[in-house]
Ligand binder design. Structure first.
Ligand code: NAD
Ligand code: UFG
Length: 338
């Protein structure tokens, strides 16, 4: 299939491009580069043994209807994997309009242009955040959605609703909502990974920067949660496993699935302290840390039952915590290389 990949130069998008081509698909990439660089495409092409510039790229904002229109006039696509969006939780609290406008407005424009070109197939990057503070773990897809604690989370929840209503109104649409848990790791080649701008918000890039001596210590946000060691528990998933879930989701779209929702995690929760200890043991480096206050908006635990994706998509995560911490560290050490 020929796949429109919005946000394709980003962290998850770039890893998914690799898996798309390896599975025999092709892609057209759209990204406004607000949180990534076009150099990533060259690295993806190198990794795949493609010629430079072989993956078509459009530096276009998904809010730009004319820009999307011009791109789809030149390329006939079978489906869209829609990654493009802003994702910094703290920034979304400061700039809610930007987040609603970019993420929701951009998605509405994208849907309009796709429909005009007869492409009614989409895989959307949603998030575990739509569950809010759930009563019990593990999370299953039919757990009720909850109250989000920030505008970023609400954009995901609202876009899910928009896509559900669009599909309900027109059964020609096939839409898969993938609720990602906590993506970490990087491609084992060391050529692509996550490149957070400024101080990282997320645990893994913070750990790798502390291990590399770029930051003094990790602050563990709270040790008094009702979890086995008191620190927060999350379902970390290797980005290469996550990327493969999109290939499986395209299979569902091709089978005309209507609207489906899947949890994309490993089904195992690990605490912050377990992450730090595993990172130190596997990579043989120290990660100095201190215990600080809880971070506002954090939940004690968040992990899923991913068995629906296994049953219906034939997808399951294969990589474990050791692969995640090893590949994250390898990327940290190689990301400055040309
Ligand atoms: P990322 O920031 O690395 O990638 C997103 C890409 O979208 C970037 O390259 C950015 O330049 C682009 N973009 C943003 N707004 C755009 C616009 N208006 N027009 C065109 N391009 C635009 O983030 P990621 O971690 O790869 O996340 C991909 C998707 O998955 C996002 O929608 C994110 O919200 C979602 N998600 C991520 C996580 C996570 O922890 N990384 C968890 C759950 C869901
Ligand atoms: N943590 C620390 N110190 C840090 C950073 C994080 O102790 O410096 C802890 C957090 O308190 C939490 C765990 O590490 O217990 C994971 O935190 P992350 O910020 O890495 O991830 P979150 O689970 O808070 O959020 C992530 C994404 C959100 C997404 C959510 C659910 O950042 O965008 O997963 O998918 F909505």
């Amino acid at each position: 299939m020929n796949i429109l990949v919005t946000g394709g130069t980003g962290f998850i998008g770039s890893h998914t491009l690799v898996e798309l081509y390896q599975a025999g698909h092709r892609a057209v990439v759209v990204d406004n580069l607000c949180n990534s660089s076009q150099q990533v495409l060259g690295r993806v092409e190198r990794l795949l043994g493609l010629a430079e510039g072989e993956i078509p790229f459009y530096e276009v904002d998904i809010c730009d209807e004319q820009g999307l229109e011009r791109m789809l006039e030149r390329h006939s696509v079978d489906a869209c994997i829609h990654f493009a969006g802003l994702k910094a939780v703290g920034e979304s609290v400061e700039k809610p309009w930007l987040y609603y406008s970019n993420n929701i407005g951009g998605t509405l424009t994208l849907l309009k242009v796709m429909e005009r070109h007869g492409c009614k197939n989409m895989v959307f990057s949603s998030s575990a955040t739509v569950y809010g503070e759930a009563a019990a773990m593990p999370l299953v897809e039919d757990c009720p959605k909850g109250q989000c604690t920030n505008p970023y989370g609400w954009t995901k929840s609202m876009i899910e609703q928009v896509l559900t209503d669009v599909q309900r109104a027109d059964a020609e649409w096939n839409i898969v909502l993938l609720r990602y848990f906590n993506p970490v790791g990087a491609h084992p080649s060391g050529l692509i990974g996550e490149n957070p701008r400024g101080v990282p918000n997320n645990l893994m890039p913070y750990i790798t920067q502390v291990a590399a001596g770029q930051r003094r210590e990790l602050c563990i946000f709270g040790s008094d949660y009702p979890t086995p060691d008191g620190t927060g528990v999350r379902d970390y998933i290797h980005v290469c496993d996550l990327a493969l879930s999109h290939i499986a989701a395209l299979g569902a779209v091709a089978r005309r699935c209507g609207l489906e929702v899947y949890n994309i995690g490993t089904g195992k929760g690990y605490s912050v302290l377990e992450m730090v200890q595993t990172f130190e043991r596997v990579n043989g480096v120290k990660v100095p840390y201190r215990i600080g206050e809880r971070r506002a908006g954090d939940v004690a635990e968040c992990w899923c039952d991913p068995s629906k994706a296994r049953r219906e998509l034939g997808w399951q995560a294969k990589l474990g915590l050791e692969d995640m911490v090893r590949d994250s560290w390898h990327w940290q050490q190689s990301c400055g290389m040309p």
